[in-house]
Design a protein around this ligand. Sequence first.
Ligand code: DP6
Length: 324
Amino acid sequence: MTRATARAHPNIALVKYWGKRDEAQMLPAAGSMSMTLDAFATTTTVEVDGTLTEDAFSLGGAEQTGVALDRTTRFLDVVRSLAGDGRRARVRSHNEAPTAAGLASSASGFAALALAAAAAYGLDLDERALSRLARRGSGSATRSVIPGYAVWHAGTDDASSYAEGIEAPDLRLVIVTVDGSPKSVSSRRAMRLTAATSPFYEAWVSSTEQSLTEMVRACADGDVPRIGALTESHALRMHAVIATSTPPVRYLAPRSIEVFDAAVRLREAGVTAWATADAGPNVCVLTTPAEAEAVAAAVAEHGEVRIVGPGPGAHLLAEHLPEP
Ligand code: DP6
């Protein structure tokens, strides 16, 4: 096949990834765990074309240049070397979520690109190999290959750093979009800064391994309050270590903090509600399917709300994207 289309969804980490031990291989400093969502998909078509002298990449119909094209080409280089096929490709991608608004679209983007490119270049990869390949594009994409809940094992080399599915209770996330504009500092840059300058970075890495062990146990036990408590404290730790970088980086806005406070008040009222946030101001409130509507209504004053749940892993589509 020289042309293939794949679809993948973003994920929200309940135990966060923040920092790499190896930039070239994209190995994380610690493991992480996430829910792949059932919303905000990226659909990507890759067409291998021997007549092209350079790769081409369009996003939402707009031709990309500079960093975005560069990252795509570097990723395709990995696929080309695996396939032993040097031909260039045309990549057309469409995001259902606003790019860089903190909804982890690099995760869905590289998970979809990994699968579409692997198929277009004729590689037959199992889930683990696909997860490892997606990792080369963006760390969080490692987990978006997997449906539902995924643990990304940090590993010590390319072969041992991959994500796999785990069993966990059926949960919902209420996404509160307090600010839809692109983030000020990319996660890649900011995590580099944290690793290089925060005096608390080592404690962050070692405590993340501990949180992940506890999270995996809580998921196996179906212990929702424990999953929630670990989720919220781990997110706050991540934002704390980010804030101790030099120069400091702060992603949470005053309105984000209000949502964290609202989750505390909901819990005091006996409702399941635990907050988390990635590298941006938008907040997700973890709750149960039965309580999701009530939680969404309670936090709607802070921003646009959307209830999401566990979704599918990266998959190939039979149909192709229409020509732009
Ligand atoms: C805060 O995966 O976007 O969302 O690996 O450099 O591409 P790169 O970074 P990226 O970082 C995600 C950071 C996070 C936490 C998480 O998803 O675990």
